[in-house]
Each structure stands twice: as structure tokens, then as C-alpha cells.
Design a protein around this ligand. Structure first.
Ligand code: DGP
Length: 115
């Protein structure tokens, strides 16, 4: 989608601090980090959010996106200390960008419940 920020980052039209890329997903640093490590992992295909992945094709997109998040967490040395994966979904979920993304947060102890 030409008006989607994350589609434009995937296409290389908007710069981002990219960490990893597969055929199916891209990982880059969040512009407004909320933890020492705050990476976004987005599918290359435009899907609005988790609610749009309730299909076989969506399952594959979700699986490959989460898989890259797990790989990046390992590459960044978070596997042992732990980390948080978050998918804000819709207005009440706090989603501000309408392209599915996994937040990978780490490098500090997270609190619960989330705000
Ligand atoms: P959410 O609120 O869950 O939809 O998270 C969207 C995140 O995207 C938010 O943490 C800030 C980040 N973000 C928004 N625009 C850009 C951008 O142009 N570049 C990067 N790297 N991150 C962005």
C-alpha cells in the first residue's frame, strides 16, 4: 500500500535502521524506543493487524513474522535474559500504524500489567 509507512519501509522508500530481512519480513529499530532494545518486525505483505491473519495465508505471515522476531532477539543477545513480544491490535490495543507489527522489547525488566 503506497500510503502505508511500514510498506514504504519494506520497499526501501523510507529510511529505517534495518537489522534483518527475509523474503517474508523485515526487522528495524523503532523510531520511539520504549526499552534499551525496541525493534519492530513487520511482514513484507500488507496485513492491517493480527485480526487480519485468521486464514491459512495469514497463519504463514504471522508465523514468519514472529519467527524473525525470535531470531533477532537471539542475535541481539536477549534469549537468556528474556524479552517481550507485543502486537497492539486496533484502537483499544493501542495500535497507531495499520500494518501488522511485532514489538520486540528487551534489555530491561518489563512490568505487568501493561498500561
Ligand atoms: P503501535 O502503536 O503498536 O502501532 O506501534 C507503532 C510503532 O511504530 C511506534 O512504536 C512508533 C513506530 N513508528 C512509527 N512510525 C515509524 C517510522 O517511520 N519509522 C520507525 N522506525 N518506527 C516508526
Amino acid at each position: 500500500m503506497s500510503d502505508c509507512i511500514f510498506c514504504r519501509i519494506v520497499a526501501g522508500e523510507i529510511p529505517a535502521k534495518e537489522i534483518a530481512r527475509t523474503a517474508d519480513a523485515v526487522a528495524f529499530h523503532d523510531l520511539n524506543p520504549q526499552a534499551p532494545v525496541h525493534v519492530l518486525v513487520v511482514p513484507a505483505t500488507h496485513v492491517a493487524n493480527a485480526a487480519g491473519t485468521d486464514t491459512d495465508a495469514g497463519e504463514r505471515i504471522m508465523g514468519r513474522t514472529v519467527r524473525l522476531a525470535v531470531q533477532v532477539a537471539k542475535e541481539l543477545g536477549l534469549a537468556e535474559s528474556g524479552y517481550r513480544l507485543v502486537m497492539n491490535t486496533g484502537a483499544d490495543g493501542g495500535q497507531s500504524v495499520g500494518h501488522l507489527h511485532v514489538h520486540l522489547l528487551g534489555g530491561r525488566r518489563m512490568t505487568w500489567p501493561p498500561g
